[in-house]
Ligand binder design. Sequence first.
Ligand SMILES: CC(C)(COP(=O)(O)OP(=O)(O)OC[C@H]1O[C@@H](n2cnc3c(N)ncnc32)[C@H](O)[C@@H]1OP(=O)(O)O)[C@@H](O)C(=O)NCCC(=O)NCCS
Length: 178
Amino acid sequence: MNPLDDVAFGPPTAAMTRPLLAVARRIFTDTFSHRYDPDAFGQFCDQAYAVDGPMARDLGDPDVDWQVAAVDAKPIGYAKLTPLRAPAQTARPGSLELQQIYVESAWHGTGVAERLMQWAVERAMQRGAPQLYLTVFDHNQRAKRFYARHGFQEVGRCTFTLGERVDDDRIWCRELVA
Ligand SMILES: CC(C)(COP(=O)(O)OP(=O)(O)OC[C@H]1O[C@@H](n2cnc3c(N)ncnc32)[C@H](O)[C@@H]1OP(=O)(O)O)[C@@H](O)C(=O)NCCC(=O)NCCS
């Protein structure tokens, strides 16, 4: 049996707000917490994943598109498409950003991320975006390999600040052809 048979994909319901904030925090923590001072990391998450924080605001923003992967109505991952926020120097007008694609580790390698990426590309093309951008931590080898497989390539650099620490992020881009 295909594990994807149990996964429903669609936009988030209002009832999913809190579970989505929780799953986002868990995936972010699983992926990155080992790199940071625990107190600074906890403070960052308290703010980023608060019910009135930036992620919650994006859930109510009509310019932000979401796709959630859920099992029995419980989110196990999501992708989020925003207007371009990364400092990409040569972006064409109307380009969009895949700001997050987050999947619970138990579902890595199952095709859930694949489906979320497929949605992001199709949705960005529907919105008329000429390019799709994203940022990725330079040491996130798994994500970089996944993005490369989906036609993205590095086009620039930026930084990500958490507490006192400033990390090296990379800007990647995929051209979208209708
Ligand atoms: C990034 C993410 C969405 C990718 O989804 P996934 O289901 O894990 O992706 P896949 O298994 O299809 O592909 C992963 C690729 O990395 C490779 N890989 C796995 N572990 C790796 C490692 N430690 N180092 C390098 N490559 C690795 C896999 O072989 C595969 O590459 P291939 O298809 O060329 O062989 C998912 O891992 C995730 O949500 N991670 C946590 C959150 C995150 O980092 N999000 C991205 C932030 S920029």
